[in-house]
Design a protein around this ligand. Structure first.
Ligand code: HEM
Length: 229
C-alpha cells in the first residue's frame, strides 16, 4: 500500500479529509450567500440574473464547480466511513452510557443533520441548478442582452409553502451541522491555542447562526411578500 493510500485510509487521515473538505464547503457557502443576497435587490431580479449568468459561463467558476462536487462527495463518503468504523469498534453498546453527559446534541447527530442537508441539496439542485445549466427557464432581457430568468424560478418556488418549510428546516440542520463541524475541524487539524481557540469557537457559533439565518430569510421573505400581496 502506498504512503498516500495508507495515510488517507487511516482514521486520522479520513478525519483530516472531512475537516479540509468541510472548511472548503464553508467557504463555498459564504460566496453562495453573498451572491444570493442580490435576490433582495428591488430591481425585478436583474442583478441576480446577470450574476447567475456570470456564474454559469465563467470558466474559472465552472472549474470550481467540479472541485465543489468532488469536495461534497469526499466529505460525505469519508464521514460515512468514519461513522461506520466508530460503530464497528464497539458493536455492543456500553451497559452504562449517558452520552448527553459528555457530548452535545449536534455532535451526536451529525449523520442525521447531514442527511437532512443532503435531501435539501438534491431538491435544491434539481429545481435551480439543473434548469440553470441544462435549460428549461424563461428568458428575460436586461440592457439589450438575453438572460435566463432564474430569479423568477427562485421567487415562484418560494411561494410554495412546503418548499419554504424544507428550506427553513434544512437551514436549522445546517446551523447545528456547522456549529459542531467548525469546532471539530479545528480540533482535527490540531489548531488548538489557549488564546485563539475560544475566539475561533465564538466565531464558529456566530457563523452557524448568521449564515443559515440569512439563507432561511430568503424563502421566508418571498413567501411573506406573496401572502401579503
Ligand atoms: C435559501 C437560499 C438559497 C438560494 C436562494 C439558493 C439559490 C441557488 C441557485 C439559484 C442556484 C443555481 C445557480 C446557478 O447555477 O447559476 C444554486 C446552486 C447551488 N446551491 Fe444554492 N441557494 C440557497 C441555499 C443553498 C444552501 C444552504 C446550500 C448548501 C447547503 C446550497 C448549495 C448549492 C449548490 C451546491 C449549488 C450548485 C453550485 C452552484 O451553482 O454554485 N444552496 N443555489
Amino acid at each position: 500500500m502506498s504512503w498516500f493510500t495508507k495515510t488517507f485510509s487511516s482514521t486520522i487521515g479520513r478525519k483530516v479529509l472531512v475537516a479540509v473538505t468541510g472548511l472548503f464547503l464553508i467557504s463555498f457557502l459564504v460566496v453562495h450567500l453573498v451572491g444570493n443576497l442580490q435576490l433582495f435587490k428591488d430591481d425585478g431580479g436583474n442583478a441576480f440574473n446577470v450574476y447567475s449568468h456570470f456564474m454559469g459561463t465563467n470558466p474559472i467558476i465552472r472549474t470550481m464547480e467540479i472541485v465543489l462536487v468532488v469536495g461534497f462527495l469526499l466529505h460525505i463518503y469519508e464521514a460515512l466511513v468514519l461513522t461506520r468504523r466508530n460503530k464497528n469498534v464497539r458493536p455492543v453498546a456500553y451497559a452504562y452510557n449517558r452520552p448527553e453527559d459528555n457530548s452535545n446534541w449536534s455532535s451526536r447527530n451529525m449523520g442525521l443533520l447531514g442527511t437532512v442537508i443532503l435531501v435539501f441539496l438534491i431538491v435544491h439542485l434539481w429545481n435551480f441548478f439543473v434548469p440553470a445549466r441544462f435549460g428549461g427557464l424563461d428568458g428575460v432581457v436586461v440592457d439589450n442582452v438575453q438572460y435566463d430568468n432564474l430569479y423568477i424560478r427562485v421567487v415562484e418556488s418560494f411561494h410554495i409553502w412546503w418548499y419554504v418549510v424544507l428550506y427553513v428546516v434544512a437551514q436549522i440542520a445546517l446551523g447545528y451541522h456547522l456549529y459542531h463541524g467548525f469546532q471539530s475541524a479545528f480540533q482535527t487539524l490540531g489548531l488548538n491555542h489557549k488564546k485563539y481557540t475560544p475566539a475561533i469557537q465564538m466565531f464558529g457559533a456566530f457563523f452557524s447562526v448568521v449564515v443559515p439565518g440569512a439563507f432561511a430569510a430568503m424563502p421566508l421573505y418571498f413567501f411573506i411578500q406573496h401572502i401579503l400581496n
